[in-house]
Design a protein around this ligand. Structure first.
Ligand code: AP5
Length: 209
């Protein structure tokens, strides 16, 4: 899943996961979990995440390599938020080659900056299970409480306006150029990030077959 912050990558990844029974590997959630547990990687990652910078490739590649070697991913997986730099894309190529796997699709989720800024201020996330809500388009059943696990919902630290602006710049500089890398392979599929939520399953099934 490739696209700017807040475009809806995580939301679409979860729908694809439900449609096809394929697990999602979300680097943002894995890093937030490492921060919450206070691991060595988490302590390093926290400052970068709070500022809206990319966590160093060395750490992210290590975390992803470890996760992708787990047995539950043998039949395939969805990568949400990885790769985000040339060095990460190189690492992914190496990992896939070692395992005899290939990328089937790169889903490019598109959304303009203004819509993103408006959207992220209304996002609420569950720090316990990773479920994501929106105060208008996908509100939780009880205000401030996760439908899935009953934990309290939060506004992420990096969803403050000045951090959102910086995340968008970082996306344009480091991540967006990856689209050129995958263009030649003919595997990019564009999905509008503002497609109505109830239409997404049909659209994604049409695109992915
Ligand atoms: P990460 O958690 O990956 O953040 P992100 O890429 O900025 O993406 P978001 O999670 O903010 O948004 P999303 O596109 O998934 O949108 P969502 O579905 O939630 O990364 C956070 C940080 O971790 C990074 O800044 C970096 O520091 C670090 N990091 C992570 N991966 C890294 C890597 N590979 N390398 C280095 N550092 C890394 O939707 C947003 C909102 O919109 C929600 O409220 C949702 O309900 C709503 N919504 C979604 N779709 C729709 C729709 N179709 N209609 C109406 N509302 C919708």
């Amino acid at each position: 899943m490739l696209g700017p912050p807040g475009s809806g990558k995580g939301t679409q990844a979860r729908i694809i996961s439900e449609l096809y029974g394929v697990p999602v590997v979300t680097t943002g959630d894995m890093l937030r979990d490492a921060v919450a547990r206070g691991t060595e990687h988490g302590r390093v990652a926290k400052g970068y995440m709070d500022r809206g910078e990319l966590v160093p490739d060395r750490i992210v590649n290590m975390v992803v390599q470890e996760r992708l070697s787990m047995p539950d991913l043998g039949a395939g997986f969805i990568l949400d938020g990885f790769p985000r730099s040339t060095a990460q894309a190189d690492a992914l190529d190496r990992i896939l080659k070692e395992r005899g796997l290939r990328l089937d699709y790169v889903i490019h989720v598109t959304l303009g900056d203004e819509a993103i800024a408006a959207r992220l201020g209304n996002r609420r996330s569950c720090p316990a299970c990773g479920a994501v809500y929106h105060l208008e388009s996908k509100p939780p059943k009880a205000a401030g409480v996760c439908d899935e696990c009953g934990s309290g919902l939060i506004l992420r630290d990096d969803d403050q306006p000045e951090v959102i602006r910086h995340r968008l710049e970082v996306y344009r500089e480091k991540t967006r150029p990856l689209l050129e890398r995958y263009e030649g392979a003919g595997i990019i599929r564009e999905v509008p990030g503002d497609c109505p939520l109830d239409e997404l399953p049909r659209l994604l099934r049409k695109i992915l077959g």
